[in-house]
Design a protein around this ligand. Sequence first.
Ligand code: C2E
Ligand code: CA
Ligand code: CA
Ligand code: CA
Length: 279
Amino acid sequence: AKEQGRGNHQFFRSDLGVQAQDRLDFESRLRSAGERGELRLHYQGQFDLQTEAIVGFEALVRWEHPQLGLLGPDRFIPTAEETGSIVELGNWVLRTACRQWRAWVDAGHAPVQMAVNISVRQLRQPDFVDQVLRIVREAGMDPACLELELTETGLMTDADLSTGILERVKAQGMRVSIDDFGTGYSSLAYLNRFSIDTLKIDRSFVREIGSARDSTAIVQAISALGSAMRLTVVAEGVETPAQAEFLRAQGCHVAQGYLYSRPLPPDAATQLLQQRGRD
Ligand code: C2E
Ligand code: CA
Ligand code: CA
Ligand code: CA
């Protein structure tokens, strides 16, 4: 039994060593994923609930890992945030999304909104606004068509600092949206202080429309709040016609979800824009 115990212990130790090495490999590979051309952006359409025309896209990042295959953001964004490589990754995402927008405009499509997720670590960079502006200009993007998606938890980690940054973002004509609204804790007072344009109702509430009374009430309350504050209200994760119908009745403006379209690689997103765009 003693022998076995020692054997196990050794095995356990070397196993930990392998895991630590794997993690380091994963982190350093992730750090250079952009340079290596392994990052991809998929685009999910956002649809006007009244006309069903496409009004925008949200850019969602994926990582084509040489061994592990196409990874969704939940598999690597947390690591990128921990190690700080999210800043460079986020700049890659922003640049790629802006260039895609430009390519669509150059191809003759009416301009749509482009929403890009911004992590709090990016927002906290002292030169965040300048970096964004430089990328926007270089890509030939209209700042008015760019929407930065921030989470309320991220904004609330330093609400005073956030307030100032959002004002500068707004002064440059860009739009600001609060992502996953209702899942963090922001006070209504701050909601009023932050210069924002859009509230995105989190998928967890939309999913339960009609089945859980609390979630249904939350969706109603957010829609009413958004309208009262003259904000655009976007519902994410819309999967059924019944959900869309309910949201429309609540005065919610825009829907995003599998009912309309999954996140699509650039070619398929371009096709969708051709079919459902306003031009
Ligand atoms: P999110 O910002 O809440 O993005 C929406 C997520 O919901 C996406 O997952 C999308 O594919 C998924 N989704 C959309 N419609 C539906 C639906 O009808 N049903 C279901 N079941 N799911 C739906 P995805 O692409 O896996 O992204 C996950 C999260 O990763 C995003 O959540 C966002 O927080 C983060 N993320 C994605 N791209 C970036 C990025 O470029 N930078 C940063 N910082 N975070 C990103
Ligand atoms: Ca988002
Ligand atoms: Ca969201
Ligand atoms: Ca969400």
